[in-house]
Design a protein around this ligand. Sequence first.
Ligand SMILES: *Cc1c(COP(=O)(O)O)cnc(C)c1O
Length: 359
Amino acid sequence: MEDKIPVTQPFLPPREEYESFLADIWDRNWLTNNGPLVQELEDKLSNYLGVNELSLVSNGTIALQIAMKALNLEGEIITTPFSYVATTSSIVWENHTPVFVDIHPDTFNLDPHKIEEAITPKTSAIIATHVYGNPCDIESIQAVADRHDLKVIYDAAHCFGTKYKGQSIFNYGDISTCSFHATKLFHTVEGGAVVTDDPDLRQKINLMRNFGHDGLNNFTGVGINGKNSELHAAMGLVNLRYIDSVLAQRKKLSGIYDRHLEDADISKPTIQSHSEYNFSYYPVLFNSEKQLTEVQEKLTEANIQTRRYFYPLLSKLDYINGRATPVANRISKRILCLPFYHKLSEETITRICKIIKSV
Ligand SMILES: *Cc1c(COP(=O)(O)O)cnc(C)c1O
């Protein structure tokens, strides 16, 4: 049996580089609570991405929860059923009601033309995911939000490095959140960020992520523990040195897949125009669920892991009373993410594509 090919694999920098950060952490004996490395990573990320107010938090889920709290959301929140479970579970955890709106059949992102019919007097916001790092129809979503006085949060967990109209995708909406989980394109092992343009909002976010501590003996508002540690920040600082090569390698691997699958009976999401895509996943859409299952079985036999991402739809979670979203329903049954990570070899891609084309 050949070596197992995972669907994803975390990027690991040279160990010595991480270890040199550890020596300083030991010398300082300062492990968490907004330490110097957390602050340095926030500065470097803000510069690298070109965003104004970025707060590092402990993961991408708490980032979403803090975003909702910071914007005082209530009642119903329009959202997509085609995303990772955290997009919906965080809404429910915050005691709001997710209202699902269907996705666009080409981009797999929330369809802005279907938002309005789902708005009620209780709607307070739209939470949309830039699926696979592919930008949403930002202008149309913003137009609906402006007409109905709704907040917009983007779950931009897949979007590190994606640009739209020449600037970071994180600069759109009232707040964008990101995940720096180990499987994401840029990671701090566990981690995430809340990004906004509004300095006052960021101050509120920073209070919220630290129990509401406003000085040692004073508390402003209800907070939670959303802090990240010096050890996580160190991983981020080392990984950031490699981010350009990570992004370039993914673009290259994606191109290799594309060439091999040119004549295959599959399609791919349409990337939003005016954007620089970050190639964070390699999803393929089959013509039928049957075809997908056959391919997945054959790949599994060859010890190659794939993932039905996103399946099932979030509207099918057992704690959800979801509206019908036929487009998302059709797509989630036919979408498969192929192995895609920094060290994936061209030879393995060739092998995967041969198997796909044999079905
Ligand atoms: C990974 C992910 C999250 C959750 O991030 P964590 O850091 O794992 O909490 C949320 N939304 C989407 C779309 C994700 O892919």
